[in-house]
Every structure is written in C-alpha cells, then in structure tokens.
Design a protein around this ligand. Structure first.
Ligand code: NAD
Ligand code: MG
Length: 393
C-alpha cells in the first residue's frame, strides 16, 4: 500500500487531492500518514477521519483544542504549529503533496527532500524563494520532485524523454485573469472581490488575485527557470483566454509539442500521484468542437508589470526570488486588507526589490532555509513600509 501525506489538505489543491484519493479507494487503498490545514478545523478533521490519517496538523496552535475535540474517539493524533507541520512532512510517506500557499510551504517541502522523499509540488513559492536550495537538496538526497502546477506538469509531459538542451523554448500560457480586458485606468478601482474571480480556474483566493495581477505567471516563469534549468530567454508567456493549452515545448527542429486539457487541477495532481502510470481521472473531456477556437496574444508588460519583474529577478539571481515573493505576499495582504490599490502591488514589489538589491549578500543564492526566511522577512517589512507610506491614496 502506498503511503501519502497532503500538506495544505483543506485548500483548493488539497480538496482536489482528497477527491482523487477518495475516488481511488480512500483509506482502503492508501495509507495516509498526515494531513495538514489551517483554521478550517471541521474540514480537516472530516478529511482525516475519512482517510484514516495517522495525524492531522493545524498551522495554528490556538486551534489545537478544537482539532483534538473534533478527532475525539478516532484514534487520529493531532498537533499544531509550523514545527509540527515540518514533523508531519518528515514522516516517511512515499508521496507528499505540497499544497500550502506561500513561503510557509518551503520548510515542510524542503524536509521531504532532505529525507529523500517524492515531493509533488504545487507550492511554486518553494522554487521561487529557494530554487537553488530546493533543486540542490533533491539532487543531493536523490529525492524526486514532480511538478503539479498545470503549466509545469504540461511541460514535463510534453518534454517526455527529450532533453531540455534540445528544446529551443518553452511557452506557458496565462488566461489573463479577471482584468484581462479592463481599460488600464480602471485597475486602480478594482475591488478585492473583483480580483478574486477567475474566468476559468477555481482556485484559492491568493492565487486567483495573483492571476489578475500576473504575479502568478511571474512566479511560474521563475519556477520554470528553476525546475527545468532553462535559460530565461527561452521561456515565453502567451495570453490564452480559453485556458486549454497549458504549455508547449518548441524543439530545436521546429516541432512543437503542446499539452491541452480542460482547466481542472485534478489532471496535474492525479498525473503526479500515479506517475509514471496513467489512470482514469475524473476530468471533464476536452471538447474542442464546442470551444471552437483557441486564441493567443502576447502579454502587455505595461498592464502586467509583474512579468517584467520576473525577468529582472532571474537576471539578478541570488536572493531576488525570495525578496520578490516576500514582497508580493505582503503586498497581497495589504491589497486584501484594503490598505493599497490593485496596481500598487507591483509598485510595492518593485520598490522592495530596488531597496534590497544593494544589500550585502543579495547576489548570493541562499544556501540554507534560515537565510531564505531572513530575506523573506526583510522583504515583507519593506513592502509593508511602502504600503504605509503610499496606501490610502
Ligand atoms: P488555498 O489557499 O486554497 O489553500 C492553502 C492551504 O494551505 C490550506 O490548506 C491552508 O490551510 C494552508 N495554509 C495556509 N497558510 C498556511 C500557513 N501559514 N502554514 C501552513 N498551512 C497554511 O491555496 P491553493 O489555491 O490550494 O494553492 C496552494 C498552492 O498551490 C499555492 O502555492 C498555489 O500557488 C499552488 N497552485 C494552486 C493552484 C490551484 O488551482 N489552486 C494551481 C497551481 C498551483
Ligand atoms: Mg499554474
């Protein structure tokens, strides 16, 4: 029986993974070691009971009593706090899904790699903040990383056994998010509710807003660079409103291999769960005749400055990814809380990058977790300061 752990089980990706585990035999077919979540204790306990998880862990110590009560009589252990999540990641599951949102996903994901486990990685922030450290750790321990982000799963599948050296470029697509067709001058008035609506994908709120700002695609360009080790000049982004072609690989001989499918994350999660096998998955069949046409356009970097910042971060290397991500997470918090406007998020991130670029050590890729988290904290502080000075206009 294969053993699995899901970090971030109660989120959008976590729910999809839960659905796949339940449909493929549930507790009878899988040995579930740990499920982790946040404040939604009722759902976490329900999932842990359904899958007969060995332990359920909440990120928040103040919810531990509730979790214990919700699991009373089940024999399922409970724990709380970031260190307990890292301990859960350390349990010897054959397959661990990293589906926590934000830089908080890095410490447990890294622990899976340190123990040589298989990490199915939805948490793109791990590669953005600490690409060298993450990939280097996997190489050192022999751990395997399977991409779960749909574009990266698509590249992985389109690449097959081909060598990345024989690829002249990889192209990832973006729907363009909620404000794709808005007049630019209206963006300053965008509300949190408007930014939290995605045209095609049902996802967590943070990644949905990041899709509207294209910070999600910016993170994914960096993720592509780190995971596949491909030069930034060979990574392309296309706006593709239908979200059917997730990515394609352009070979040096002029051939292109694309990966298409309905926008449902259960494909990418299920592919990683059963890799290298393919099994039936509950994904709606793609009906091209009813879709009719697939359209593509070049992204406008004035509308989406995040894409320009991603290129800047890759060129800078060192701690730039951790800084970009930390500043972006803070700016997103500030936008959600109403402290800054939608276009201010990119301004706050750019100002933070400008501020930290000259600092000692910035050009060195962080070689341990503490250094990554230190840059992350510095970036959050500076971005918060920017919001305090420029917000409320
Ligand atoms: P979500 O907000 O729906 O869920 C996040 C999960 O992480 C929840 O279980 C939550 O309780 C937990 N969590 C939140 N903060 C935490 C913290 N500080 N410590 C520990 N746990 C915490 O997010 P999501 O949309 O499922 O995205 C999860 C990850 O997958 C993100 O990195 C996102 O970029 C990536 N991703 C998501 C999708 C998607 O379709 N949702 C697609 C591709 C990649
Ligand atoms: Mg994606």
């Amino acid at each position: 029986m294969r053993s699995v752990t899901v970090l971030g089980a109660t989120g959008s990706i976590g729910e999809s993974a839960f659905d796949l585990l339940m449909r493929s035999g549930g507790a009878e077919a899988w040995r579930v070691m740990a499920l982790t979540g946040g404040a939604n204790i009722a759902r976490l306990a329900e999932m842990a009971r359904a899958l007969r998880s060995e332990i359920a862990v909440t990120a928040y110590p103040e919810h531990l009593d509730d979790l214990r009560d919700a699991l009373a009589g089940s024999g399922i252990a409970s724990a709380a706090g970031p260190a307990a999540i890292v301990e859960a990641a350390d349990m010897p599951a054959d397959w661990t899904l990293s589906a926590i949102v934000g830089a908080a996903g890095l410490p447990p994901g890294l622990r899976v790699l340190e123990r040589g486990g298989t990490l199915a990685l939805a948490n793109k922030e791990s590669l953005v903040t600490a690409g060298r450290l993450v990939m280097g750790t996997a190489e050192r321990t022999g751990a395997r990383i399977l991409p779960v982000d749909s574009e990266h799963s698509a590249i992985f599948q389109a690449l097959g056994a081909d060598n990345i050296e024989d690829v002249s470029s990889v192209s990832i697509t973006a729907s363009g998010g909620a404000f794709r067709d808005w007049p630019m001058e209206r963006l300053a008035q965008a509300t949190v509710a408007e930014a939290s609506t995605h045209p095609n994908w049902a996802m967590g709120q943070r990644i949905t807003i990041d899709s509207a700002s294209m910070f999600n695609k910016a993170l994914e360009v960096i993720e592509t660079r780190e995971f596949f080790g491909i030069d930034p000049e060979r990574i392309k982004v296309l706006v593709h409103p239908e979200s059917i072609v997730h990515a394609f690989v352009t070979h040096r001989d002029g051939g292109n291999i694309a990966h298409l499918g309905s926008p449902d994350m259960r494909h990418a999660i299920g592919y990683a769960l059963h890799w290298p096998k393919r099994i039936d998955l509950p994904v709606a069949p793609m009906d091209l005749a009813s879709i009719g046409s697939l359209t593509f356009r070049a992204p406008d970097e004035e509308r989406w400055p995040a894409l320009r910042l991603a290129r800047q971060v890759i060129a800078a290397g060192g701690a730039a990814g951790a800084v970009l991500n930390g500043a972006k997470e803070q700016a997103l918090d500030d936008f959600i809380a109403g402290r800054i406007r939608f276009p201010d998020m990119a301004r706050a991130v750019e100002a933070t990058l400008d501020d930290l670029t000259g600092r000692a050590g910035f050009t060195t890729s962080p070689s341990d977790l503490a250094t990554v988290l230190d840059w992350d904290q510095q970036a959050r502080q500076i971005a918060a300061g920017w919001a305090a000075r420029h917000g409320g206009r």
